[in-house]
Design a binder for this molecule. Structure first.
Ligand code: MF3
Ligand code: CO
Ligand code: CO
Length: 261
């Protein structure tokens, strides 16, 4: 198996890439309002990425046609920005930014409310963000990778929401999607022990209805089968000696960047 522990120099580059992705999440916020198209959000983000001397990891990835993913309401993930898609009051949208900077990847996403929020959407987003935080807080060397999924599952079990099982987090570094897969539910098959220097994403997708999803005809957009709302938050994480560091922390995060357990 390939070495999944990053060197000091690699970690430096991962910090820079993570920061780059996080800054774009912060800067796009003011544009998210009723009437904007997802195509325009894509174009603004791409410009911001280029201004930082980085490039989009999504554009052309397995043929993906745009620079970011925009997933609105019942879209779970991998929504394709389009000039035909106009945001309206009450929509919820996930914006997922993955950049390549100095050969390393930073990957993060969060939910935005368009105009006023609707009650269910807000609750769903809160719980989804909290489930990510619960997982981040337990990360330290010596724990098993599958503890991450377990903590998300335990947290979401106390809500009326459900966890998407078909998509997962991933190791990240020189490559967009590296070993290992990071599941968001409890599984017994991965006994991998976390070690300092590992970098991976956690990116739970939580539905207001049933957990099942389907991919539509464009080959990318994943929606909830029952058309219920879906939310997702994603961070790129570094395992440290004492706990972990959130490489993609943004201004709206309400968790410490450095976690010591
Ligand atoms: N950023 C997504 C992730 O978190 C992957 C998007 S792949 C794309 O892993 F091709 F759809 F952009
Ligand atoms: Co990811
Ligand atoms: Co992502």
């Amino acid at each position: 198996m390939m070495n999944i522990i990053k060197t000091k120099q690699e970690i430096k580059k991962m910090r820079i890439a993570g920061k780059c992705a996080a800054v774009i999440i912060d800067e796009i916020e003011k544009y998210i309002e009723p009437g904007i198209t997802t195509e325009r959000i894509n174009n603004i983000c791409n410009k911001l990425i280029i201004e930082q001397k980085a490039k989009s990891a999504c554009l052309g990835y397995k043929g993906f046609p745009k620079s970011i993913c925009t997933s609105v309401n019942e879209v779970v993930c991998h929504g394709i920005p389009s000039e035909k898609q106009v945001l309206k009051r009450g929509d919820i949208i996930n914006i997922d930014i993955t950049v390549i900077k100095n050969g390393y990847h930073g990957d993060t996403s969060k939910m935005f409310f368009v105009g006023e929020y609707n009650k269910l959407g807000k609750k769903l987003c809160e719980k989804t963000k909290k489930s990510l935080y619960e997982a981040i807080k337990i990360i330290k060397p010596g724990i098993r990778l599958n503890q991450i999924g377990k903590s998300i599952q335990n947290y979401i079990a106390n809500t009326k929401f459900s966890i998407v099982k078909e998509y997962c987090g991933h190791g990240i570094g020189k490559f967009f999607h590296e070993y290992p897969q990071v599941l968001h539910y409890e599984a017994y098959d991965n006994e991998l022990i976390l070690k300092p220097g590992m970098t991976f994403t956690i990116e739970p997708m939580i539905n207001s209805g049933k957990p099942q999803t389907k991919c539509i005809e464009d080959g990318w957009t994943v929606i909830t089968k029952d058309k219920s709302l879906s939310a997702q938050y994603e961070h790129t994480i570094l395992v440290t000696e004492e706990g972990c560091e959130i490489l993609t922390l943004n201004k709206t995060d309400t968790i410490n960047k450095i976690i010591r357990s």
